[in-house]
Design a protein around this ligand. Structure first.
Ligand SMILES: C[S@@+](CC[C@H](N)C(=O)[O-])C[C@H]1O[C@@H](n2cnc3c(N)ncnc32)[C@H](O)[C@@H]1O
Ligand code: SF4
Length: 382
């Protein structure tokens, strides 16, 4: 039985960041009690149909889960531990925003059982934090990081780079400052313009101009080089860790393992009675809660994922990883041989061009291949 990765979504934020298309909502008042009860109810419903199975990780994502009552986090962890069989080294991550209010609550999350924190720092530059619409200053982010490192055995933080007008020299300097504050893990994302966001409108108007492809590629190389000097190695396109400190939860997504998603808008891929089910919850928080109160769960449609779709999803996920895709596991998870899922001509050319490598029963994208992964995947996946 695949060990389970459990995702729990908290859909609220203090403000909506102009670049973000995650399922996050701003409310004047949040009925903490109602949403806590609904999350617990939906977790119990999901566990009842999944049955007791090994659980490798829990991830509280958002939105801004550091706005949850610590007691809710504690209750959900306790429920999950009781409903599943936690592995001895269960990883429990919570995403936190580094405002001073939330930093003050970190110890309570640790007490609730969280053992890994992921802080949304985004930038260490005042003008960039303003541009990104963040609710915290660079000093607050640094203070939150320092506090987190005293409290949690594992700490990660996120930065967004390839911002408008950012030079390679400026990014290297900012990244070096960040690396001096890092412990075992960093997520370093290039800014993307997502439909439906405020940045999408500004970008369409020409008010925001992203670095061109060559500059973005140079920034990507600079990122890997600087992180490498600190012993943080890229194990996924945007994720860097000391060996052994990779996020086990996110690895479950990229290795196409089983994951259950609880809360508004959460997705899951869970094996039930020999089929892999794609699960999805209602996105809007209040209607989701109403459904849970009425039916015990807020699921929308649930469909078994056909083998060719499993193959496509596993390729899109697995080639993001430095380790690549294990061919034997690919067959076990999809029922399709890796070669049958790929365009043979593009595969041959990508191997020849050194964008892909195939050895020891694995297919992986090389660093050059990972830089152009989207176009590579578009052509490769049959
Ligand atoms: C669920 S979000 C944020 C968690 C938390 N609420 C916060 O803001 O810190 C996870 C991460 O995705 C990244 N992200 C979101 N939208 C992005 C975008 N359009 N481009 C690049 N990175 C993005 C940010 O670094 C963010 O911290
Ligand atoms: S980046 Fe984080 S804080 Fe900002 S809107 Fe998205 S989820 Fe909320």
């Amino acid at each position: 039985m695949e060990p389970l990765a459990l995702y729990i979504h908290w859909p609220f934020c203090l403000a909506k960041c102009p670049y973000c298309d995650f399922n996050s909502h701003v409310r004047e008042r949040i009925d903490q009690h109602r949403f806590a009860a609904a999350l617990r109810a939906e977790l119990a419903w999901e566990a009842a149909r999944l049955g007791r199975r090994p659980m490798a990780s829990i991830f509280f994502g958002g939105g801004t889960p550091s706005l949850m009552d610590a007691q809710t986090v504690a209750d959900l962890i306790e429920d999950a531990r009781r409903l599943f069989d936690p592995l001895p080294d269960l990883e429990i991550t919570l995403e936190a925003n580094p405002t001073s209010v939330e930093a003050a609550r970190l110890a309570a999350f640790r007490q609730a059982g969280v053992n890994r924190i992921s802080l949304g720092v985004q930038s260490l530059k005042a003008e960039s934090l303003t541009m990104l619409g963040r609710q915290h200053s660079a000093d607050q982010a640094i203070a939150a990081l320092e506090r987190a490192r005293k409290i949690f055995p594992r700490v990660s933080f996120d930065l967004i780079y390839a911002r408008p007008g950012q030079s390679e020299a400026a990014w290297r300097a900012e990244l070096r400052q960040a690396l001096a504050l890092a412990s075992d893990h960093l997520s370093l994302y290039q800014l993307t313009i997502e439909p439906g966001t405020a940045f999408f409108t500004s970008h369409a108007r020409g008010d925001i101009v992203l670095p061109d492809d060559d500059t973005a590629a140079a920034l990507y190389d600079a990122t890997a080089e600087e992180a490498g000097k600190f012993g943080l190695l890229p194990y996924e396109v945007s994720n860097y860790a000391r060996p052994g400190s990779e996020s086990r939860h996110n690895l479950a997504y990229w290795r196409y393992g089983d994951y259950a998603g609880i809360g508004p808008g959460a997705h899951g891929r869970v094996s039930v009675d020999g089929a892999l089910l794609a699960t999805r919850r209602h996105r809007a928080p209040e209607p989701w809660a109403e459904r849970v109160e009425r039916d015990g769960h807020g699921s929308t449609d649930e469909v078994p994922v056909a083998s060719d779709e499993r193959a496509r999803e596993m390729l899109l996920m697995g080639l993001r990883l430095t380790e690549g895709i294990d061919e034997a596991r690919f067959f076990t998870r999809t029922g399709i041989h890796l070669d049958a899922a790929l365009d043979a001509d593009i595969l041959a050319r990508a191997l020849e061009a050194d964008y892909l490598a195939r050895d020891n029963g694995c297919l992986r994208a090389t660093p050059e291949g990972r830089k152009r992964l989207d176009s590579l995947l578009g052509a490769l996946v049959a």
